[in-house]
Design a protein around this ligand. Sequence first.
Ligand SMILES: *[C@@H]1O[C@H](CO)[C@@H](O)[C@H](O)[C@H]1NC(C)=O
Ligand SMILES: *[C@@H]1O[C@H](CO)[C@@H](O)[C@H](O)[C@H]1NC(C)=O
Ligand SMILES: *[C@@H]1O[C@H](CO)[C@@H](O)[C@H](O)[C@H]1NC(C)=O
Ligand SMILES: *[C@@H]1O[C@H](CO)[C@@H](O)[C@H](O)[C@H]1NC(C)=O
Ligand SMILES: *[C@@H]1O[C@H](CO)[C@@H](O)[C@H](O)[C@H]1NC(C)=O
Ligand SMILES: *[C@@H]1O[C@H](CO)[C@@H](O)[C@H](O)[C@H]1NC(C)=O
Ligand SMILES: *[C@@H]1O[C@H](CO)[C@@H](O)[C@H](O)[C@H]1NC(C)=O
Ligand SMILES: *[C@@H]1O[C@H](CO)[C@@H](O)[C@H](O)[C@H]1NC(C)=O
Ligand SMILES: *[C@@H]1O[C@H](CO)[C@@H](O)[C@H](O)[C@H]1NC(C)=O
Ligand SMILES: *[C@@H]1O[C@H](CO)[C@@H](O)[C@H](O)[C@H]1NC(C)=O
Length: 597
Amino acid sequence: MMGLLALDALLLAALLLLVSAASQGSSRGTIPSTASLAGCSKTCGNLSFTYPFGIGAGCFRDPDFELICNNTTQPARLFLRDGDTEVLHDIGTTDTFSGSDGPDLRVAISHSRQMRSGVDVYNMSWRVPGRSFIGTRVIELSFIGCDFDIYLLDGVNSRELICTVNCPNDGIPESVAKQQCNGTGCCRSMFSRTVVSLELQFVRYDRGKSKTKGEMQHTNQSLLWDTIRVETYNMLLLWGIVLDRRNINCDAASNKTNYACVSDHSRCFDAYSGMSPSYQCMCHNGYAGNPYVADGCSRDRGYNPVEWKANCGRSCGNISIPFPFGLEEGCYARKQFQLRCFDMRSSGLALLSPLYDVIQQINISEGTIKTINRDEFSYAETQSIYAGSISTQELQWVVANLSCQEAQEDSATYACVSADSTCLGVSLKFSGYLGYRCRCLTGFHGNPYVRNGCQDINECETIPGICEGLCHNTIGAFYCTKCPHKTEYDANKMGCTPTNRQKSRLLLGIMIGLGVGFGVPLLGLSAVLIVLKWKRDEQKKQRRKYFRDNQGRGGHGTVYKGILADQRVVAIKSSKAIEQSEIDQFINEFQILELQG
Ligand SMILES: *[C@@H]1O[C@H](CO)[C@@H](O)[C@H](O)[C@H]1NC(C)=O
Ligand SMILES: *[C@@H]1O[C@H](CO)[C@@H](O)[C@H](O)[C@H]1NC(C)=O
Ligand SMILES: *[C@@H]1O[C@H](CO)[C@@H](O)[C@H](O)[C@H]1NC(C)=O
Ligand SMILES: *[C@@H]1O[C@H](CO)[C@@H](O)[C@H](O)[C@H]1NC(C)=O
Ligand SMILES: *[C@@H]1O[C@H](CO)[C@@H](O)[C@H](O)[C@H]1NC(C)=O
Ligand SMILES: *[C@@H]1O[C@H](CO)[C@@H](O)[C@H](O)[C@H]1NC(C)=O
Ligand SMILES: *[C@@H]1O[C@H](CO)[C@@H](O)[C@H](O)[C@H]1NC(C)=O
Ligand SMILES: *[C@@H]1O[C@H](CO)[C@@H](O)[C@H](O)[C@H]1NC(C)=O
Ligand SMILES: *[C@@H]1O[C@H](CO)[C@@H](O)[C@H](O)[C@H]1NC(C)=O
Ligand SMILES: *[C@@H]1O[C@H](CO)[C@@H](O)[C@H](O)[C@H]1NC(C)=O
């Protein structure tokens, strides 16, 4: 057992840090607020992080949450305080509105150990960097090396063989080995458990002959023979605020000065996932942001109506991508509207965050997205501004979880920026109010999310036959007028056509026919009729003149003007004498009066 080597320096370091963690953090007593954290850096390389994590004094809650940014590489890399556990994703809080991760940290570790002549057994250990963390769910590790059995130690006595790597005598290049990772130069292991540490043991196995010196002589194949390395390719750490002995749950913790859930509209919930009793903070339903910061939880502020990048890509194959959606940063209005065009030729478009879903169509006027390959998981992930059912393969979306009134209060973030647009609250049958979106006013169409996006609809052109007469478009509306003189509406032609041209032609034909048939007798008869009509008209004229000459007193009695209750003007004539012979005349005068009225 000579020369056995332990990697316990790490463990020792972790223990030391544990002690300091127990003595609480630097920011104890002061309530962190946006103002007090203003000077703290929020990014490292392309990763962002938020309080309780931070870099530098006063920027993190307690030492467990101190981060290290190593900027000797490009991009810079972010590590937890052990300097060994690398953070791979943004560190968010429970901010569903911005689509960032919850209290899960996706991390990676990478350890390597140089082989030593005559040493066949190597121990390697890793420990979560503080009581605030716990390794959770599926842990996937890969091992790169040659001729080793790899064991996971569980306590002092039990060990479990999890993986074996072997190599051909000449070895293979590391890149090839890693690509396949099928047991030749590289092997993978996946196990599902909750851990605070990983204790691994690598045992070089005997290939029959003693190769204690032999493997050192493989020259080119190099590293595979000279080192054994462990890398994670999937590992999540859950984090929480650790409770001490006197404060055993949220209720008790909430009375203490170092209570973590300091934001208005935030609450605490107990987390039972780890070894240490701990709690997490969350913004109330309808609020989002950072519950660990005094003014951290607010109503949804995730929407930014300004498209600040020029020349944004607005299509993917034949799918158009209207704002507020977009591909590049500065081209979309909120994180959840970011898309990725993964195949321009076949129109492959997908939502980027928080769900990966293939999109067929984005409909601005309906507030929908047509998708394919929906599954329950992605549905659950989208529930802040998207809603939909698995069956319809259609998602409804809103721009923010705000009421129209709330949204309009802040003109800097209000989404309906086009003139002639309006706000529309969206409620769902089962889950209730979702948020608001915009629409163009009736009579307009286009994109209400961009300036001057709503354009007048020319109803006369787009809806032929909308008027039974002449159609006149106006901005936002239209009106109808009757067909002009001597024309009438033709439903087939959807327009005004000259009146009865066909009918009058037919009439003319009949006239000619009749003329030819009856000839002169008819003409004579017509002449007689015309003369009679002329005479009658002359009589009427005479009477009218006579009436006028009598100044409102008719020949057969006095005429009175009267106004009825409904403002109608009437003329009343009283007859002087009632003689049968004069009754006809009297009625005639009535007709005349009616004409004049
Ligand atoms: C490796 O770990 C095992 C089990 O914990 C232990 O028995 C052994 O002594 C360790 N070897 C070294 C070199 O520390
Ligand atoms: C950060 O940059 C690296 C390398 O450029 C990339 O692989 C990684 O996906 C980026 N991470 C994020 C969160 O953008
Ligand atoms: C940063 O990374 C480099 C190379 O990866 C390493 O040599 C260096 O020690 C790191 N610095 C810190 C402060 O961890
Ligand atoms: C790296 O960070 C240090 C301080 O944290 C800073 O002084 C230095 O300029 C940075 N280097 C680069 C290349 O960003
Ligand atoms: C494993 O991958 C190596 C390349 O890394 C390949 O040469 C070998 O044939 C593979 N073995 C099996 C069993 O697939
Ligand atoms: C070893 O390396 C040398 C130079 O790098 C190369 O020419 C030779 O082909 C390598 N041998 C093997 C077996 O890969
Ligand atoms: C915490 O304080 C509230 C009043 O502020 C009190 O009602 C409650 O009992 C206290 N809880 C504990 C566990 O001390
Ligand atoms: C878009 O292109 C795809 C494949 O190229 C085709 O299947 C689909 O019908 C097209 N959609 C429209 C609206 O043209
Ligand atoms: C949006 O949906 C409506 C109703 O289904 C449809 O008339 C319209 O053409 C769609 N718009 C786009 C851009 O697909
Ligand atoms: C949206 O806000 C309302 C309150 O205005 C709230 O009741 C609802 O739960 C919120 N929806 C989501 C998904 O947060």
